[in-house]
Write a protein that binds this ligand. Structure first.
Ligand SMILES: [Zn+2]
Ligand SMILES: [Zn+2]
Length: 264
């Protein structure tokens, strides 16, 4: 497996450098790791203005040269709300060559999705708002894989120890999945949910099953790890879940295209 969603010290919340994260992946026997640092444009975000991509690529090259030993080291990025900052996002993607671009909704207008104010009108309203925002992003933004499709479940779990069932958002989730499928983009199973005590990764079985039913194929596994011990976290659970949902393989990305598959 490849861990396609990780953060190093090029993200403000990352604790370890690339070599340390890579070694953690190698110890687990993963075949690859993708460093997907935060690019954020909301001034309130701690990642705002933080990422130095020239330094990132220099360290990536050095890490490949010194320590890869056959492990695939992929250049990635996690774009936060690229649909709200289309010019900035486009300029960044034009300037640097990534293997994998993750598109994520972290902010809802000027409110951070992981904070209490986002939920002030209740969980159901927040979930509706969140999925609407994801649908908007999927419509217009340039990315390869949708990050943590139902992150709002993880955040409501974090804050209130409650995660709502997704049935009433089924139409919106269908819209999101269909738009991804027709445009040749994919989703990730983000195992940070498991790490934070949620019973499932984000997304879980129900969404994965639906994605498969609708014809979705492009799937990757990401820990969203910010520490070496997070790498590959819960991948056995994610793999079983993906299989149960009908998937037999995950995608391998290079230069923003699917170049291969790994059997689950
Ligand atoms: Zn994220
Ligand atoms: Zn992330």
């Amino acid at each position: 497996m490849i861990d396609t969603h990780t953060h190093t010290t090029y993200s403000p919340d990352g604790t370890a450098d690339m070599v340390t994260m890579l070694r953690s992946a190698q110890r687990l026997g993963l075949t690859g790791i993708c460093f997907t640092e935060h690019a954020e444009w909301y001034p309130g975000d701690e990642a705002y203005g933080y990422l130095d991509l020239d330094a990132y690529f220099a360290e990536l090259d050095a890490t490949r040269a010194c320590c890869a030993n056959g492990t695939r080291i992929l250049a990635g990025i996690e774009l936060g709300n690229p649909h709200d900052f289309p010019e900035e996002a486009q300029a960044l993607l034009a300037r640097y060559r990534f293997d994998l671009v993750i598109g994520s909704v972290h902010w809802l207008d000027d409110i951070a999705g992981w904070t209490q104010p986002f939920f002030e009108h209740g969980l159901a309203a927040a979930y509706q708002r969140y999925f609407e925002e994801v649908a908007r992003m999927v419509d217009v933004a340039d990315f390869d894989v949708l990050g943590h499709l139902d992150l709002v479940r993880r955040d409501s779990w974090d804050l209130f120890r409650e995660a709502l069932p997704l049935d009433r958002y089924g139409d919106l989730i269908d819209t999101i999945l269909k738009r991804l499928i027709v445009s040749g983009r994919g989703i990730e199973i983000n195992t940070s949910g498991l790490r934070k005590g949620l019973s499932e990764p984000v997304p879980g079985y129900q969404v994965l099953r639906r994605y498969h039913e609708l014809g979705g194929e492009i799937l990757v596994l990401g820990s969203d790890g910010h520490r070496p011990e997070h790498i590959g976290y819960g991948f056995d659970v994610a793999r079983d879940l993906a299989r149960a949902a009908g998937f037999e393989r995950v995608a391998v990305f290079s230069r923003r295209s699917v170049v291969g598959w790994i059997d689950l």
